[in-house]
Design a protein around this ligand. Structure first.
Ligand SMILES: Cc1ncc(C[n+]2csc(CCOP(=O)(O)OP(=O)(O)O)c2C)c(N)n1
Ligand SMILES: [Mg+2]
Length: 628
């Protein structure tokens, strides 16, 4: 009953290049719901699907086989990686990312990567299989209540296709909602429905829905009167501070012009790091626990705060309430006025809004605030260099990012993971114009750096992605995903992709959080992780593998990886006792910190040496003089 005729794929197992035109003419061939699903996705401009197969999506796989010209199917090692890659694709291309998994376990595996996309506001569509309609409700094998499972992560739009005539609207709505709302959507396709005959055009009658393909981003700027009020506030300010985030990634030139007019500096939340290059003299760099001293100083002293496309959460790094007048610009009205009490809340695209605002701004003639910021920035980079070059056992992790900065190829795409690499990425990596970069921001999930870098490589095969990964993250999933690189690297026009593993045999970020936040010593049972020869593993896959255990070899290892004719893994032995001290440190943290030092921390001897130097050499604003 479900399928009387054989599908062409089954009749002609070896003839994969049948085209739809001929399919439709072939009276025996059935053009299935799955064939139509793919055709419609392709009409939406999707060209790549990250996924993993299973018998819950056999119908869709069959359709993929019939149209190999439509999509590149990137086969990952674990569905979570497919979802991370779809998110990475969206982040680096501004297109819809698509991932696919089978019913039950495959669908469940997608979740973490989908949450990453949802929380960083990336348009991602998940397509998953489901038990046949005849089996649903029967505690059938691999039957999971997928609508409920995805109800939170894909809450904007998650639906099951129960009839062929429904597929067109499901695809059209899932794609448009994901793009327009910058969120995750999900389509669930029971396996029997996948193989039914497609209904491309629902009958013109009651109970049908008639949808179309296409989405054009709108031009959104605030009302003229509100722009005038914004200009009044900004023109009145004497010490303006700008904070940008991911929402300003496409607004670099406009932010630069506004910062110049206002004679101010620009701090960058981590996801907005690529919005402005780090070599501009007024860019104060990161903010927050992973931030810089110039950002801290600017926020503590400003009288006006302009936040553009950022939802940076930590109040203690923003001005105190009442200290500064505030203006926030965001395309998403939900995030307005939730981090600092603003005087003006502007809904608008960051670049378009700033362009409309620029003619209303008066150039500040007093440049002393800007000069102070620029001098802070200069001092900061000297400190970063000094800190990176401090002795360590065996290699200072910040030295790796320092050496990498001067060697970054033009147009490099950088990814970092959620351990201490996020610190070094945020703080000491000097991004230049034209580069891209990202990490798992709001979810801060371990294990995003490798799949993001792989997605970047697929999207831009002629550019060089460079991933900074902790050994914990690499062990969690990076090692497996090297096999995905092995499977595809020879197809890339430029085969270079570099994975730098920070080998400290520790889940170091959490170890430091344990010491600083909780005041506890490192607990080896939860924190220590085994060593393994990452470079040898890479070589076994046919990659370049380099193991570095001396500071003097770091630069040449990066040079070799960047001039290789294959992917490279650099295994760097880094010192777990180098503290990731925030740009300010509170007395309470300092107290807890020393308590941990005085207790029986197994790494005590090493830490004492490193931190005594670290504490002294890194600026620690906020202690003493601010009474914090
Ligand atoms: C999926 C997930 N599990 C756990 C954590 C908590 N976590 C944050 S950083 C970190 C340690 C990372 O260790 P590693 O990758 O070795 O990097 P390191 O900090 O040592 O440089 C952990 C466990 C997380 N963020 N995500
Ligand atoms: Mg580690």
């Amino acid at each position: 009953m479900l399928k009387i005729k054989l599908t062409p794929a089954k009749r002609n197992r070896d003839q994969r290049e049948i085209s739809w035109g001929s399919l439709k003419k072939d009276r025996e061939a059935m053009y299935t719901v799955s064939d139509f699903l793919l055709q419609r996705l392709s009409a939406w401009g999707v060209r790549r699907i990250f996924g993993y197969p299973g018998d819950g999506i056999l119908g869709i796989m069959g359709a993929l086989g019939r149209r190999p010209d439509l999509f590149q199917f990137v086969q990952v090692r674990h569905e979570e990686m497919a979802a991370f890659m779809a998110c990475g694709h969206a982040k680096f291309t501004e297109e819809l990312g698509v991932c696919m998994a089978t019913s039950g376990p495959g669908a469940i595996h997608l979740l973490n990567g989908l949450y990453d996309a949802k929380m960083d506001h990336q348009p991602v569509l998940a397509i998953v299989g489901q038990s046949a309609r005849t089996a649903i409700g029967g505690d059938y094998q691999q039957e999971v209540d997928l609508e409920n499972l995805f109800k939170d992560v894909a809450g904007e739009y998650v639906h099951t296709c129960t009839a062929p005539a429904q597929m067109r609207q499901l695809i059209d709505r899932a794609c448009r909602i994901a793009l327009a709302e910058r969120t995750v959507t999900c389509i669930i396709v029971p396996k029997d429905v996948q193989e039914l005959e497609a209904v491309e055009k629902p009958p013109h009658k009651h109970n049908t829905v008639h949808t179309s393909v296409g989405y054009s981003a709108p031009h959104i700027i605030p009302m003229a009167e509100d722009l005038r009020r914004a200009a009044d506030i900004l023109n009145a300010g004497k010490k303006v501070a700008i904070l940008i985030g991911a929402g300003a990634l496409h607004a670099g030139p406009e932010v630069t012009e506004v910062a110049d007019l206002l004679g101010c500096g620009v701090a960058k939340a981590l996801l907005g790091k690529a919005a402005l290059p780090d070599d501009l003299p007024f860019v104060t760099g990161g903010i927050g626990l992973l931030g810089t001293t110039p950002s801290w100083n600017m926020m503590m002293d400003c009288d006006t705060l302009l936040v553009i496309g950022s939802n940076f959460p930590y109040a203690e790094f923003l001005p105190k309430e009442g200290q500064a007048r505030g203006i926030q610009i965001d395309i998403n009205p939900r995030v307005l006025g939730i981090r600092y009490p603003m005087d003006l809340h502007l809904v608008g695209d960051s670049a378009q809004t700033l362009r409309a605002l620029i003619p209303l701004l008066k150039r500040k003639e007093d440049r002393s605030w800007r000069r102070k910021i620029e001098s802070d920035v200069q001092d900061w980079w000297k400190k970063v260099e000094a800190f990176a070059k401090m002795n360590a056992n065996p290699i200072n992790p910040e030295y790796v990012t320092w050496e990498l900065s001067s060697r970054l190829p033009d147009n490099a795409i950088l990814t970092a993971d959620s351990g201490t690499t996020a610190n070094w990425y945020g703080r000491s990596l000097k991004m230049r114009s034209g580069m891209k970069g990202s990490l798992s921001g709001s979810l801060a999930s371990l294990g995003a750096a490798v799949p993001y870098a792989i997605a970047a490589k697929f999207a831009y095969p002629d550019r060089v992605p460079i991933a900074l990964i902790g050994d914990g993250a690499f062990q969690m999933n990076g090692l497996n995903e090297m096999l995905t690189v092995k499977k595809y690297w020879k197809e890339w026009s430029d085969p270079r992709v570099v994975f730098i593993v920070f080998n400290n045999q520790d889940l170091n970020q959490v170890t430091w959080e344990q010491r600083i936040e909780a005041g506890d010593p490192k607990l080896p049972a939860t924190q220590s992780i085994p060593d393994m020869p990452y470079a040898e593993f890479a070589k076994s896959l046919g990659f370049l593998g380099i193991c570095v255990d001396k500071p003097r070899d770091v630069g040449s290892a990066i040079d070799k990886a960047l001039s290789a004719n294959r992917p490279a893994v650099i295994d760097v032995y880094t010192d777990p006792d180098i503290p990731t001290i925030p740009p300010h440190i509170t007395f309470e943290q300092a107290k807890n910190y020393s308590t941990a030092l005085l207790s029986m921390d197994p790494d005590e001897a090493g830490i004492l040496k490193a931190t005594a130097k670290g504490m002294a050499e890194r600026l620690v604003p906020g202690v003493g003089e601010r009474g914090r």
